[in-house]
Design a protein. Sequence first.
Length: 633
Amino acid sequence: MGIFIILLNLAAETITPDIEGRIYTLRDVNSNWIETFTPPQQMPNWPKTIGVSPYYAPSGVNLADVNNDGDLEIIVGSTNNQVYIWDYQGNLMPGWPVTLGGMVQAKVAVGDIDNNGDMEIVIAARNGYVYIYNHDGTSYPNWPQNANGVLGFIAPVLFDLDRDGDLEIIMAQMQSGQPGHVYVWHHNGVIYPGWPQNTDYLAVASVAVADIDNDNLFEIVCLSYRSVYVWDQNGNTEPGWPKLNVAGGMSYAQPVIADLDNDGDLEILHSYYTNNVNYVNIYHHNGTNFNNWPQTFPGPQTYTMPVVGDIDGDGDLEIFGGGHIIGAPNLLARHHDGNQVSGWPVNCEMLECSPVVFDVDNDKFREVLIADNLNPGNFYAYEGNGTYVTDWPIATQSAAIVNSPAVGDVDLDGDIEICLLVSNGTVNLWTITGVPYNGYYTDWGTFYHDQWNTGWFHPKAPQNLSATGATNHINLIWNKNREPDIAGYNLYRSQTSGGPYTKINTALITDTTYNDYNVSPGIIYYYCVTAQIKAFAESRLSNETSAQLGIVENNLKKISSLEIRPNPFKDFIKITDNDIIKIKIFDVEGRMVASLEGNDIFWMPAERLKSGIYFIEVRKENESTVKKIIKIN
């Protein structure tokens, strides 16, 4: 299919059939929106093929900047005992692939575990060992470590549990017929105090980690084949936990942690099946059930994470789940109150994959992308009402199995790239030319949510962004995010309320204030800010605020008398006018240095100001005048 140019003059939703008879939805809140795009196409020198075992399929891809050059590398493990890293041009990175002592089925974790500025790659192998490599493919000291069990579709999770700047490695394991174990190591391979902990039966899924109850300790959530466990970072069982024998099976689906009711603490979601019926249950942090849950989802036998994302634009989160059905709808979306989303479920064929949720067509709404379990297979993109996004589905070479795609701007050209590893060892890297990648429209962009595999839906959008115009810049200020793993903030600007926005910072902003000097007089600028965690996920946009350059000399209003003698500011300022309400004095940077009212308005000692250029703003009722003056000692 060729290039499409779509002209919308819509205030609401329009449903249009494409040339193949599929139905897709085009939506935008702005009128006269023109979008030019091409269908997804493989990037140059892609796809790649890795070796696989005939009995075990690999899953999961991580997109991460392992060499600190700004763009993203593509990292996958294989069941031929190797881990590969390519740059976006398809070149193997120096030192890769590396060969391990066992097959790699699960997504790797990527993070700076020792806080030295370089990235490390953390890998779980089926032989029970956890391996760590430096970004150049050399072995990390004191690793591998033995988790004493099978590490199949169970991924390592990284987090700074003790807030000392480096990362701990958290690993669940399973051994047939035996209790499961959860290990926690410091980055140097030393066991973290209080660990390992045991479950009642196989620990079948990757753990999730967050501070669920705002007690400044992090909690680790683990699923056994039939029960749910929550420990604090020191291995103590949390009040109200565990929940024993709540499921007939949970099958490799990591639990998800999110604030569904916006009350500041976090809920725990997990998918499971009992008597051939699939469910998702949601608990408050104290183990009590979330209102109207559990709810049924298509099945039987789920492998799908209860991924969350906002697909209807109302600011709340929807929950996704599904299971093994052929020829019938099998992926369902429910609102957080348990009600089914209109237009769902949809048909993905033998579902084992988990979805990602982001804006794939630049309509300012998030879509749901997921691959099926057919061989060869299909990769689907659904609008919020369950209809196909135009040009989707696209063909894949084999089944997606227990897996997820990953999205990002790998080559920093502004467009979307999507990576998907399928079971025959094909690594796909598609680009959608002309469709911008916006991190703030990406609710869930990769398997297990982020580069550390935390399963925690965060960060939240920064709060209380405000803008103030000065002489030659606009000052932005916002509240600091409470999450402990914030890497920094991104600031977005537009000359139109509601966007589209352009990011104006090149490096992450580590403070909660920013001066924008790249502005011109007479233009109103609109701003939003986002937070970004160290594991690379970005928040939604903050509130929008606006400002323009605020201290500009003008002659539009008349002051009856302005007297400065004998030289400006040398002795005193005298301004006489019966209608004056307030006088403000600003320095050349736009900082207010004096505010005069009442008796102060007529006399101000000169020593209150140093030599330099100043602006005097005189306010009357419904009038404002700014004059530039110079103080010379």
